[in-house]
Design a protein around this ligand. Structure first.
Ligand code: URA
Ligand code: SF4
Length: 200
């Protein structure tokens, strides 16, 4: 299969979607990951945040943003005065993609075809969550919603309109963790979140 579409119970509620997502075989990524990590948070919610894909911790625990990137995101949301428990958090791709190096599982960026295959889940999450604002964390999420030619570096901190949805864009928290100048990267991330919050 090359799409989640045949596994998605269209029009159903969040609980039915989440439970169906556990059996998704819409692309190859279910094979090596431990489990599907579906989005979580209040339904409906004013704010939806979309990351790239679950990381190693998320794959083990089955919950979004519980690893190092999630801790950084929590801190930045608090600094921007955005309540994490009022946001629905999810990812463009629902399975962890990695390569093994010894005992470590190293994150690999999903292919465009995998993002496209997984999109029916995200589309249904948007339908049930009905967010006033969607914030894309990083280029993979931004391209999933705004098209493959979208350039994050030219638009970070901005809110765009697409198909009647308000879509804000900023970097992925993992890019802040990897940055050489951590303080500068973190402050720019918080500044983006503060600017995006105004669109709520
Ligand atoms: N990075 C993401 O994009 N999503 C997660 O859930 C965790 C790390
Ligand atoms: Fe299905 Fe998405 Fe997992 Fe691929 S990554 S198997 S499309 S849930």
């Amino acid at each position: 299969a090359t799409s989640a579409a045949q596994f998605v119970p269209e029009g159903k509620d969040w609980a039915a979607l989440r439970s169906a997502s556990c059996a998704c075989r819409g692309c190859e990524l279910y094979k090596d990951a431990k489990q599907t990590v579906f989005g979580e948070g209040p339904v409906p919610a004013p704010l939806m945040m979309v990351g790239e894909q679950p990381g190693d911790r998320e794959d083990v625990e089955g919950h979004v943003f519980v690893g190092p990137a999630g801790r950084l995101l929590d801190k930045a949301l608090a600094a921007a005065k955005i309540a994490r428990d009022e946001a629905y958090l999810t990812n463009a791709v629902k399975h962890f993609k990695f390569t093994e190096r010894g005992k470590r599982r190293i994150h690999q960026q999903p292919r465009r075809s995998e993002v496209v295959a997984c999109f029916p889940w995200l589309r249904e999450e948007i339908r049930v969550v009905q967010p006033r604002l969607i914030v894309c964390l990083g280029a993979v999420a931004a391209k999933a919603l705004l098209g493959s030619s979208f350039k994050l570096t030219e638009h970070r901190g901005e809110v765009l309109e697409q198909d009647g949805l308000k879509i804000g864009v900023t970097v992925h928290p993992s890019s802040v963790l990897r940055a050489e100048n951590w303080t500068e990267a973190y402050e720019a991330f918080v500044a983006d979140l503060k600017a995006l919050r105004k669109a709520l």
